[in-house]
Each structure stands twice: as C-alpha cells, then as structure tokens.
Design a protein around this ligand. Structure first.
Ligand code: NAD
Length: 279
C-alpha cells in the first residue's frame, strides 16, 4: 500500500516568501509550520526586526528586511502588507522577473488588475482572503485565480491554505469582497459579540474567567454543531434550543425586536463597500 502524501511531498520543494510579516502572515506561517511545511522553505520580509525575530527564533524560518531578496528566493510570493502599502510594494517588485513565480495577495479589496499594473508584468496572480484563526489551523480562506494561473498553481495554493484551515474558490473577483466581509473580517464581529456576552455575565455576577470559558465554548460548540449536522438548517438548530415561552425565546425575541439580523446584514454590506473602495 502506498504511504499517504505528506505535506513535504505536496510542498514539492517550493519556496514561499511573505512580503510583510504582520498578524496575517504570522498566522499563516505558524499554521504552515505546525502542519509540517518545511521551515527552511519559508522566508519573511518586514522593514522592522521586532516582527521577524520571534518567528526566526521560534519557527526557524529565514527572515530579511529586503523584499527583493525574499522575492528572489521564492517560487511563491505572498503579499501580506496592508492594502495602503501594496502599490509601493508592487512597484518595488517590478524589478524582479516574476514570469516563473506565483503571486498570492491576501490584501483586502486590492484588485489583481491593479497589482499587475503596478508590477508592470502579468504573472499568475491568486487573491486569497484568509482569517486569523489560520493561526490555529482553523482558518477560512476564499481564493480567486486570474487567467494566468494553471492547475499546478491552484494545487499548491490549496495546499498552503488547507494547511491553515478550509478553503473555497470563488469564480468572480468581485466575490472576494463578500468573502472578506463574512470570513476575513467576521472573527472580529464574533469577538465583539462574545465580549458583550461576557461583560453582561460579569455585570450579573459571574467571574470573568468563568464567563470567558462558557461563552467561548458555547460559540465554538454552536459552530461545530452546525458543521457536524449539515442536514439541519440553522433555523432548525435554533428552534431546537428554543422552547416556546422559555429563556432562549426571551433572548431571541429581544434580538429580533432590536433588528439583530438587519444589523448584521448592514455590517456585512459595510465591509463589502469598504472592500470596493480599497479596490
Ligand atoms: P499588519 O499591519 O499586522 O501587517 C502588515 C506588515 O507589513 C507589518 O508588519 C508592516 O511592518 C509590514 N510592512 C509595511 N510596509 C512594508 C513594506 N514596504 N514591505 C514589507 N513589509 C511592510 O496587517 P495584517 O493584519 O497582517 O494585514 C496584512 C494584510 O492581510 C492586509 O492587506 C489585510 O487586508 C490582509 N488580511 C488581514 C486579515 C486579518 O484578519 N488581519 C485577514 C485577511 C486578510
């Protein structure tokens, strides 16, 4: 019986450079190394050393302050700077021959066409929208491939982002703004909701630590239950918690009465709109 492929086989000796090493790059690098991606095939570039030193020490990846050095080293270049910094970075990378490399941008909103324009060349570009739970390999990433991208590029991109969680391809670049609103950014909405529940529990007498444990476990459990029982709609799952006239019903009535669903939908739309502006 052939032994199953390991991540080392899948990585095929491909070298990855992260341009910009902030929260998102750190989360992906941690997930990659934790799932067995060879650290010696990863380099991270950042202007300041404070972000790089812990990564070099803890994960034994290569680091540099020189984006061009990182880009030259790699087969796959992951652009992980803020959208506002991406034009400058692309203009700098214009000096590198990218024809045999794959570019992956995780920047919110920034269109692939604009990346190519500032690079002055049209390498294969994939836009990826991950989220910070990638740090613990529980990420959710949307992916979009431009027309220069081939099957091999897609496969290697899937192995990178599956190493840090679940992936989903979208067929239109405009859908990436929606992916950003519901997955890239949404952990923040959930953190805000958990914080409000914890604060109110403490106000009503629970210990902070106790409330934290219960709230985070309830949210995690709800998401896992929804994933484990796809045959049940979210509506059904909610009704199973809600006896008529009971405690849950009181809370749901309060949420609906205060336009909870409409508030959440408005937040998603605001995020999509901001993505379009960053474009
Ligand atoms: P961050 O500010 O934590 O990281 C950006 C890093 O880029 C910083 O360390 C900064 O020093 C570095 N940098 C600045 N200028 C640079 C340059 N010229 N060359 C190289 N590095 C440079 O931001 P982040 O949250 O990691 O976000 C990075 C990108 O990831 C953004 O485009 C964002 O849209 C995207 N993203 C973030 C999340 C998230 O949850 N944070 C999720 C999905 C996508």
């Amino acid at each position: 019986e052939p032994s199953p492929l390991t991540i080392t086989d899948i990585s095929q000796g491909q070298k990855i450079a992260f341009i910009g090493c902030g929260n998102m790059a750190k989360a992906i690098i941690n997930g990659l190394v934790a799932s067995g991606w060879p650290a010696k095939q990863i380099i991270a570039s950042n202007p300041s050393n404070d972000k790089l030193i812990p990564l070099a020490n803890q994960l034994a990846i290569a680091t540099t302050n020189n984006n061009l050095e990182a880009a030259g080293f790699a087969d796959i270049i992951i652009l992980a700077v803020k959208p506002q910094k991406l034009t400058q970075v692309c203009q700098q990378l214009a000096k590198v021959d990218l024809s045999k490399k794959l570019l992956i941008s995780v920047a919110a909103g920034y269109k692939s066409e604009k990346i190519a324009e500032h690079l002055g060349q049209t390498p294969p570009i994939i836009r990826a929208m991950p989220n910070t739970p990638a740090f613990i390999q529980c990420g959710a990433s949307g992916l979009f491939a431009t027309s220069q991208v081939n099957e091999q590029h897609k496969n290697i991109t899937v192995s990178i982002f599956e190493a840090v969680g679940k992936i989903s391809w979208v067929s239109a670049e405009s859908h990436m703004d929606v992916v950003t609103a519901i997955a890239g950014s949404s952990p923040a909405y959930i953190f805000l909701m958990m914080q409000a529940m914890i604060e109110q529990a403490v106000e009503l007498g629970l210990e902070q630590q106790q409330a934290f444990t219960l709230v985070t476990q309830a949210v995690s459990g709800a998401a896992q239950l929804a994933q484990a029982t796809p045959e049940k709609s979210l509506d059904t799952l909610r009704k199973e918690v809600t006896s008529p006239g009971g405690t849950t019903a009181a809370a749901i009535t309060s949420l609906i009465g205060n336009q909870f669903e409409s508030i959440v939908k408005q937040a998603v739309t605001a995020s999509v709109k901001r993505g379009q502006e960053l474009g």
